[in-house]
Design a protein around this ligand. Structure first.
Ligand code: GLA
Length: 388
């Protein structure tokens, strides 16, 4: 059983008090997220369909007596300390760069940040494709809003956190994770238009259906460089075809321009165009409770990520294949990798009544194949970041 938010908050307070010998004044929380469909589309100004999950990162904090920020975590033995009043640079420990980047973002907006002592606790698996870094960034930004009294407009807050990831963690990510973690609503998916940065809420509260997340517990090397390479390939296709982003391209225009593209660029662009269409269709299907259609689109998304975008791996393919073999008769409607890829999690749409059996069957088969246990859990769509 994973810890509830209440217990996690108690734990963060307790550890804070042990470390700093007084209770925290603030507790800021942000969830992880899972993306149902719309993968590698966000930085192409496309559509995504994530929801926040019932896994959280909490930052507990209190004012310091000087202008330094000290931050420790239940997930790492290494602490960080830096000046809140001077220019901040990335450094070690690496996990603290997400927090530093957010503090730097407030400074850049002319918001002075005072000295703080802080403690982080989290139930979002680290590096598992469930936006653990966005959860830490957005929890930190939520804390700083409370501390400074400067409340950012939510989209700006998400963009400040995205910027932190770009400059302090070196990952040129899109806006999906920070946006979902900031703006998510209980019982809903967010259909985000990453071009306009507007969103629609898609209710996802049929008690008969569940979102099953399976963490492969592998993370392959080169994830960051492969991500940056995919982004660059997409931008190159857009440049060659004379559009601002792949969002501006349609299938006939891509086919017409195919001769001028290298085959890899063409495949990448085709994934993005088709994935955008699938995401809109899936949102529609979920709205009308058409689970078989939503599930089919998830399988198609996975195949495209595997074959055209080439960001899957054997472990993720295996998990999706096992889900497919259980099939609709066994309660699985659809399954796909979720997040950046090269490890991390799959997300599956399952009938609630069959969840237990599905989880244990896939767990056993994965263990037999790779000698490693995956982590399996269900999540309802949770709310976005807040003060506790
Ligand atoms: C990571 C990034 C997101 C998005 C996904 C792929 O999670 O942080 O911005 O690009 O990969 O869809």
């Amino acid at each position: 059983m994973v810890m509830t938010l209440e217990l996690l908050a108690q734990r963060a307070s307790l550890h804070f008090a042990r470390r700093y010998e007084r209770p925290p004044r603030w507790l800021a929380v942000a969830p992880g997220r899972v993306n149902l469909i719309g993968e590698h589309t966000d930085y192409n100004n496309g559509y995504v369909l994530p929801m926040a999950i019932e896994r959280y990162t909490i930052v507990a904090a209190a004012p310091a007596e000087n202008s330094r920020i000290r931050i420790a975590s239940g997930q790492s033995p290494e602490e960080a300390e830096f000046s809140a009043s001077q220019t901040i640079d990335r450094g070690v420990p690496e996990w603290a760069n997400y927090v530093k980047g957010v503090v730097a973002g407030f400074q850049r907006r002319g918001v002075p940040v005072p000295g703080l002592e802080a403690w982080v606790e989290s139930t979002v698996p680290l590096g598992g494709g469930l936006a653990s870094s966005a959860a830490l960034e957005v929890a930190s930004a939520t804390l700083l809003e409370a501390v400074t009294g400067v409340v950012l407009e939510p989209v700006e807050k998400a963009m400040l956190c995205q910027q932190a990831e770009h400059t302090f963690a070196g990952l040129p990510c899109g806006i999906m994770d920070q946006f979902a973690v900031t703006l998510a609503r209980e019982g809903h998916l967010l259909l985000i238009d990453c071009k306009t940065r507007g969103f629609d809420l898609v209710p996802m509260n049929d008690p008969g259906m569940g979102v099953l997340i399976i963490n492969s517990n592998v993370k392959h090397k080169l994830v960051e460089s492969a991500y940056a390479a995919r982004r660059a390939q997409c931008e190159e296709v857009a440049r060659v075809l004379g559009v601002d982003s792949l969002r501006e391209l349609n299938a006939p225009a891509l086919e017409a321009g195919r001769g001028g593209l290298d085959p890899v660029g063409y495949r990448r662009a085709r994934h993005v165009l088709e994935e955008n269409a699938r995401t809109l269709q899936a949102a529609e299907a979920i709205r009308s409770g058409d689970w078989p259609v939503a599930g089919r689109l998830m399988y198609e998304s996975h195949e495209s990520l595997r074959d055209l975008y080439e960001v899957s791996c054997v472990e993720l393919d295996f998990l999706v294949e096992q889900a497919r073999q259980i099939g609709e008769g066994g309660g699985v409607l659809g399954s796909r990798m979720t997040g950046g890829g090269f490890g991390g999690c799959t997300v599956s749409l399952v009938r609630s009544s069959a969840v237990e059996g599905i989880g244990s069957r896939i767990r056993d088969q994965y263990h037999r194949e790779f000698g490693l246990l995956p982590t399996v859990f269900l999540s309802r769509p949770a709310r976005g970041a807040a003060m506790v």
